[in-house]
Design a protein around this ligand. Structure first.
Ligand code: PD2
Ligand code: ZN
Length: 286
């Protein structure tokens, strides 16, 4: 399993006293991780080295940031177009470093997309989101779609797709939540949000008992809306347009806005939008 795809070999002891003193000064002046990263890049640091520095234990502790967790990432993403996904090859046609994100082509066949829609359609109800205040679930005005969850391994189709995702991401199938299918009609959307659970919220501790944090998201497009319905990443200025069988994958080693994984489903303007989302946890999800 890969940890951070963009880590380099800088060690904590390689940081000179001058750099440590400068970092302490910047923090004292109230600069957050984003501004520190920009300052390091402006000062001529390489992107990977600067990010690695900002994820180091001393820096994380000093800034009260969550400690970076191992995250899934497909082998050879960014080096090869075709990635191994068990029974299928998948093309990584867009690769972003910050946040670590891939647009994947051909994860599902058209037939598999339609079979998922057919199996989900009779089981749809108004989407709920996890309430981090209580650890329970609630309807949410920011999410006007309808949805359902498949049980992990509940049919041959679901097992095949889950095995493919596990092989692609090099992440245990047991660490995945059940596949969720969402349907958006015209005018419905999913406003920008993070998928991880905010460590500062009181309900998070009970949510984390079922397999730890969410560390990555895979959104698979099951059809093509006539207009609208793109997945948007405001911090990355990226828009992913739904195409049947394609997917967008991103990970977040820190459950914090430094992950830059704010994302939303833009309003569907005409037609329908169907997606399947797989959230990956740190440990077995039970
Ligand atoms: O439908 C989407 O594009 C979308 C956007 C944001 C889905 C999710 N989040 C999700 O399932 O978490
Ligand atoms: Zn989301």
């Amino acid at each position: 399993m890969s940890n951070n795809a963009f880590a380099n070999n800088t060690l904590e002891q390689d940081i000179t006293p001058a750099v440590s003193a400068w970092l302490a000064e910047q923090r004292a002046a109230g600069f957050g991780p984003d501004q520190l990263l920009k300052s390091l890049l402006d000062a001529g640091w390489g992107d990977a080295a600067a990010r690695h520095l900002l994820a180091m234990p001393a820096f994380v502790a000093a800034n009260n940031l969550p400690f970076p967790l191992p995250v899934p990432w497909p082998a050879h993403a960014g080096e090869r177009l075709a990635l191994h996904a068990g029974d299928r090859q998948v093309n990584a046609i867009t690769v972003l470093q910050d946040p670590p994100l891939l647009v994947l082509e051909g994860l599902l066949s058209r037939e598999e997309c339609q079979a998922l829609i057919n199996a989900a359609a009779p089981r749809m109800s108004r989407s709920l989101t996890v309430d981090v205040k209580t650890g329970g679930e609630e309807t949410n005005q920011a999410r006007t779609s309808e949805g359902m969850f498949f049980e992990r391994g509940e049919s041959a189709l679901i097992s095949r797709i889950e095995a493919r995702i596990g092989a692609l991401l090099d992440w245990p199938v047991q660490n995945g939540e059940g596949l969720q299918v969402l349907h958006y009609g015209p005018g419905t959307e999913y406003k920008p949000h993070y998928d991880f659970f905010d460590p500062a919220e009181p309900g998070t501790a009970s949510i984390l008992q079922r397999g730890g944090q969410r560390v990555a998201t895979l959104v698979i497009y099951l059809n093509e809306p006539e207009a609208g319905g793109a997945t948007v990443f405001p911090d990355a200025a990226l828009t992913v347009v739904p195409k049947c069988g394609n997917a967008v994958f991103f990970n977040y080693s820190q459950p914090h806005p430094v992950s830059r994984t704010l994302h939303g489903g833009a309003p569907v303007l005409s037609g329908d939008k169907w997606i399947a989302t797989k959230w990956l946890r740190e440990r077995e999800f039970i």
